[in-house]
Design a protein around this ligand. Sequence first.
Ligand code: AMP
Length: 416
Amino acid sequence: MYQAPRGTSDILPPEQSYWSYIKQKAAAICELYGYRRIETPTFEDARLFVRSIGEDTDIVEKEMYSFEDKGGDQITLRPEGTAPVCRAYVEHGMHNLPQPVRLYYIASIFRYERPQAGRYREHHQFGVEALGDADPALDAEVIDMAWHLYVNLGLKGLALSLNSIGCNDCRPPYLERLKTYYTQHKESLCADCKRRLAKNTLRLLDCKNPTCLALTEQAPRSTDYLCQECSEHFEHLRRYLNLLNLPFTLTHRLVRGLDYYTRTVFEIAPEGETGAQVAIGGGGRYDNLMEQLGGKPTPAVGFATGIERLVLNLKKQEAAIPVLPLPTVFVAYLGQDAKYEAIRLTAHLRKSGISALASLNERSLKAQLKQANVSGVRYTVIIGEDEVKSKSVVLRNMAKGEQQTIPIDKLAEALR
Ligand code: AMP
């Protein structure tokens, strides 16, 4: 028996109500905030991701689905959504449009991770990118959007963590301080952190190992080392968030797993939960990425949220979500003449905008009614020999169990 590959899932019809709900809410938020949809290819030139995400990150080191295609090109399945959007921005000269350019995407993301609850090898993200402006009010806009998406979905008890990790001017001296600090405590670090210490010191801050966590409490904080511009940017952002009534916690441990972030980083997770896969969304500013990818200097900010994690949290909180509608009518029949009538009627109902299913094969009326029940329809139409002769149908209300006879050409109208 074949099975879906490890870390992937089939999203079956009963689950689709969640997905449809989330995508609809996401699109509505985007429309409200003026973000337009972009779709980029599922795979890209591998170098796009190596360059942007960073060679010493977990994603590039061990999680990318990369392969050489039949033409000899190095290809990677999209492990995140931001770099492809930036590539498209540069490729299509979007710097000529009024700035910032506000875009959103809903895309499948591929990472070769160790599968567990909330962590998969293929997952889906809804993300937004606001490209071409450095104003901290734009950071606040993006955070506000993320927050309101969750509120509109009906999620409760979420917490917003915020940090600033500075820019190319103020981060290097900070990283030196951080490296010195952790080097002094190298013996207590976990194996991963010992390895990361030289190349990706910032990531030590979000290690979940208890001894590393304890060390991190006393570690130098990026916000104490910000240059004046970064410091002002961060101060303004906090003021705007207060203005928008968005409660946040300054979290000096927050750095995120991709190298391209500058200044603002943020994450939203269920309050009080900690661990590697509790964040339902996060993002930040990436002012140097566009230039790294060959574009003009273009400050930008964005966020992404995992759709599977949203579904998990909606279920956990037993949030009321609208269920996708099932067909309205099931058309049952007895005998071949009635079947001709049933097929014609089903087509007519569909053309009239009423969703309908026709019974198939010859089954007893009892079996057909049972099938109608299971398919969840609100009405069953029954056509027998008498009905064919009198050009009428029996209409059965499934919930009430009541039946009435209706002329066949009045049925669509009656159902509407
Ligand atoms: P990231 O691109 O790592 O910042 O992730 C953004 C969001 O995507 C996270 O907050 C999660 O909600 C979700 N996410 C990231 N990785 C996975 C994964 N392997 N499986 C499921 N969801 C994920």
